[in-house]
Design a protein around this ligand. Sequence first.
Ligand code: DI6
Ligand code: FE
Length: 411
Amino acid sequence: MNRHVWHSARLCPTGDSTYTINNAALAIEADSIVWLGNTAELPEPFARWPSTDLQERWITPGLIDCHTHLIYGGQRANEFARRLAGVSYETIAREGGGILATMRSTREADEDTLFMQAAERLSTLLMEGVTAIEIKSGYGLDLVNERKMLTVARRLAAVYPISVYTTFLGAHALPPEFANRSDDYITYLLNDVLPPLADEGLIDAVDVFREKIAFTPAQCERIFEAATKRHLPVKAHAEQLSHLGGAALVARYGGLSADHLEWLTDADCKSMANAGTVAVLLPTAFYFVRESKLPPIERLRQYGVPMAVATDSNPGTAPSSSLLLAMNQACTLFQLTVDEALAGVTRHAARALGAEDKHGILAVGRQADFAVWSIDSLAELAYWMGHRLCERVIRRGEEIYRRMTLPYEKK
Ligand code: DI6
Ligand code: FE
């Protein structure tokens, strides 16, 4: 049985920098934490277990990326170049580019290709301390290809030491075979796609893209009704490009999260707070599409809406595999405090996945998922950009990643 003590660390057990333990020790048995506290007080028999001296390095809970589109074919650097020349994201989408361009390359790609490309991105996140991730479908847009994407997500979870939460995003864009028949497409999703994929155990939650270029409130509501009947939690891409009521709709269905939220109103904040719906902030997408409308952070604070931070990793608006970068951007662009950013990638992100009992904090009895950082202060997690800060990742008690030291680096 795996038994190990990690000691002489600085521990931030709940992703809250006002509650830390200096000279801390964590005792792990099998996949769980059996003791944590001051190293000097480590009781028997833990004091006799195999141990590692962390020499005052920081430990945080494993990070959680609660909004990604990690699985897709191809890339869209050409569209990036066009947008830099002044063409808008919406124009490109209406021309059949955008999500539909990625739909075509995703449909063309076989399962192994999708797996390998997503695995690269997943490994990058993992080496940054991420131990749980959400992955959406939504570039297949028919039964065969949505199943292909979700199957790849389950395969990633089987091969890589990371917890994967899948989200069905069939209502991401209207595929060409349903052009001008969006209600029929929703009917198709509800009759022919969602039921088999849910029965196959491929879906943990259901998302919709609530935008002018996507689906109407009535259509989103049909999806939410069907999801709720199957006891699947709901969430939405909402109020990113304009205010269209997606966040209030999610709140009405007691949904897990409403994501993006640049155009969120006071009333929406209130509904979300009452429903316990998490606000998922995606500053990398904001940055990459050069948005100017800021999400109402101060209002979210006032109403006590929990804020999570995620990468939104996708080929159109956030070609990123860095959650630390999203933390940095949440602070620089949205003026989150470092503490808010840290809570946003730990306990609030866990809540956005409906998995707050499993991930996001370190405590006795909890799963031992944590990251060891070569930093002096926690603020450095949001401060550095593009640095290798993560030294080790432990998931379910096992060390799954250790940063390589190059021969010419000093030890
Ligand atoms: N999330 C999404 O689903 C869309 N934007 C976003 O932030 C579009 C993704 C894409 O362009 O492929
Ligand atoms: Fe997204």
